[in-house]
Ligand binder design. Structure first.
Ligand SMILES: Nc1ncnc2c1ncn2[C@@H]1O[C@H](COP(=O)(O)OP(=O)(O)O)[C@@H](O)[C@H]1O
Ligand SMILES: [Mg+2]
Length: 245
C-alpha cells in the first residue's frame, strides 16, 4: 500500500501568546491510498491543528509533510491553494462558504475551478445535495441555513471535485441523527470509491466506519489501531475475526 500522506516528526507550537503552546508534538503518521482514518482524542489534544497542517492551512513549526510522495510542508501558500483545488477536499468546523453565492453555486464552484464541464458540475451538485437532503435549499444563501445545513453544504462542496484526499474536522458535529446517518452513508460511498479520508471526530459511529482509529493525547499519537470487524455472514465461523480491508 503506497502512502498518500505521510508526516515525519511533525510539530506545531503556537507562539503568538505569552506562553508558547505545543499543540502537536512529533507526529509520525502514514496513510495509505483509499484508507479511512478517524482521528480521535479529547478536546485540546491537537486534532484540528494536525488536520489543518495536513491541508496546508496552518504552517508547521518543524517536521515534514508528504503528499503522494512529494514534500509539501515547504510549499508557498499559492502552491498549497493549487494542490487543494486539485486533490484535497476540506471540511472545517467553521464552514467558510461564500456568503454571496447560493448553496448550488457554492457546491459547483470547486468542480468548475478544477476544470469540470458545467454539465458535470451541475450533475455532481444535484447528486450531492440530494443525498444530503439539501435539494430544497439549493437556491438559498448560506446565511439563511441552519448550522447543520451549512455543515452539510460544506461537505458537499468538499466532495464536488472528487478529491483524492478528504480532510474533515468533526463533519457531523452539528447534525441530528438522521443527517448524521446520511453523512455517514455518503462517507461510506466516498470510501468505497477509493478516496482517502482523514477525519477528526468524537463520534464513535464515525469512528466505527473507519478502517483505523488514530488517538491523540497532548499532541502525540498514543494509539493507532486498524479495526478488524466480525463478518456478519454465515460463511465465517462463529466469532472468527477478519480484516475487511
Ligand atoms: N491559534 C491558536 N493559538 C494558540 N493556541 C492554540 C491555537 N489553536 C489551538 N491552540 C491550542 O493548541 C492545543 C490544541 O488545539 P486543537 O488542535 O484545537 O485541539 P482539538 O482540535 O483536539 O480540540 C490546545 O491547547 C489549544 O488551546
Ligand atoms: Mg478541534
Amino acid at each position: 500500500m503506497s502512502a498518500v500522506l505521510k508526516t515525519v516528526n511533525l510539530v506545531k507550537i503556537y507562539s503568538g501568546g505569552a506562553v508558547p503552546v505545543p499543540a502537536v508534538r512529533g507526529v509520525d503518521l502514514e496513510v495509505g491510498e483509499g484508507e479511512f482514518v478517524a482521528v480521535m482524542g479529547p478536546s485540546g489534544s491537537g486534532k484540528s491543528t494536525l488536520v489543518h497542517m495536513l491541508g496546508g492551512l496552518d504552517a508547521r513549526t518543524s517536521g515534514e509533510i508528504w503528499l503522494d510522495g512529494r514534500r509539501v510542508d515547504t510549499l508557498s501558500e499559492s502552491a498549497w491553494a493549487l494542490l487543494r483545488r486539485r486533490k484535497i477536499g476540506f471540511v472545517f468546523q467553521f464552514f467558510n462558504l461564500v456568503a454571496t453565492m447560493t448553496v448550488a453555486d457554492n457546491v459547483e464552484l470547486p468542480a468548475l475551478l478544477a476544470g469540470a464541464s458545467a454539465k458535470d458540475a451541475r450533475e455532481r451538485r444535484e447528486y450531492l445535495l440530494g443525498v444530503l437532503n439539501l435539494t430544497e435549499r439549493a437556491d438559498a444563501a448560506p446565511g439563511q441555513l441552519s448550522g447543520g445545513e451549512q455543515q452539510r453544504v460544506a461537505l458537499a462542496r468538499a466532495l464536488a471535485n472528487k478529491p483524492s484526499l478528504l480532510l474533515a474536522d468533526e463533519p457531523t458535529g452539528n447534525l441530528d441523527s438522521r443527517n448524521t446517518r446520511d453523512v455517514l452513508r455518503l462517507l461510506g460511498e466516498v470510501h468505497r470509491d477509493g478516496q482517502t479520508i482523514v477525519m477528526v471526530t468524537h463520534d464513535a459511529r464515525v469512528g466505527s466506519l473507519a478502517d483505523r482509529v488514530v488517538s491523540l493525547l497532548d499532541g502525540q499519537i498514543v494509539d493507532d489501531g486498524r479495526i478488524t470487524r466480525r463478518r456478519p455472514s454465515a460463511r465465517a465461523g462463529a466469532g472468527e475475526v477478519i480484516d475487511l480491508r
